[in-house]
Design a protein around this ligand. Structure first.
Ligand code: SAM
Length: 213
């Protein structure tokens, strides 16, 4: 069965790639200046929390890759794996502590992932490497101006049970995403905060809404 046609039957892994154009990639993270000196790291922190947390728990079926592109030094990636995370709390300062711990270390080369804390991996590279690593996923570039992500007339709920399906969403921070990879899809014509866009993706998948892919 074609991947997109079988989407309504259930997805067992949800991936989110978030690009931080100015996000600090190395050094001492200024915990009191995440929006300024850290290059809108606050946006990435809200995104990773929105992707991984429910009201009282952690989503096991989610991976998030934050792309830190603000320097100093080469671009860097931090990968959060829901099923492996320990000590990930619904508190921005605690999440920023996990990021701080990773980026104070030298940046690993592209192709190497080093686990800095349980479930948090540190690696080199850019969105292009992430897309290559996620070639087993249906790639969706979230873009308010594109076609809607859900199918016309989709009804709720349409939850399925099939396993081994992966979907990956590409998002940016406050700046436009400079990539034409992935199928462009919209969550409505109003541009939203990235973490709100992630929450809507989860809602559509949690409720098993038929996707327009
Ligand atoms: C704050 S928005 C970025 C706005 C930025 N000025 C731009 O033009 O791309 C952050 C990210 O959330 C996603 N997003 C926000 N609103 C969306 C919508 N209505 N539909 C789909 N994706 C959306 C996009 O991936 C976007 O890159």
């Amino acid at each position: 069965m074609h991947f997109a046609q079988s989407l309504s039957e259930g997805i067992d892994l949800r991936r989110f790639a978030v690009v931080g154009h100015r996000a600090m990639s190395k050094g001492k993270l200024p915990l009191n200046d995440l929006a300024g000196g850290a290059g809108r790291m606050d946006v990435l922190i809200r995104a990773v929390m929105s992707a991984l947390l429910t009201s009282h728990g952690l989503r096991q079926d989610v991976e998030v890759v934050l792309h830190l592109q603000g320097g100093p030094g080469p671009h860097r990636r931090l990968k959060f794996i829901g099923s492996e995370l320990r000590g990930f709390h619904a508190e921005e300062r605690s999440v920023s502590g996990l990021i701080a711990k990773a980026i104070r270390e030298p940046s690993p080369p592209i192709g190497q992932w080093i686990e800095r804390t349980p479930g948090v991996y540190d690696g080199g590279g850019t969105l292009s490497e992430t897309i290559l690593e996620w070639k087993d996923s249906l790639l969706v570039r979230l873009d308010a101006d594109a076609e809607r992500l859900w199918s016309d007339g989709a009804t709720l709920p349409n939850r399925g049970t099939a396993a081994d399906q992966k979907i990956a969403f590409l998002l940016s921070d406050d700046q436009p995403l400079k990539s034409d990879e992935g199928i462009p899809r919209s969550l409505g014509s109003t541009w939203l905060q990235g973490h709100h866009a992630i929450a809507i993706c989860h809602f559509l998948l949690d409720e098993g809404v038929q996707l327009n892919l």
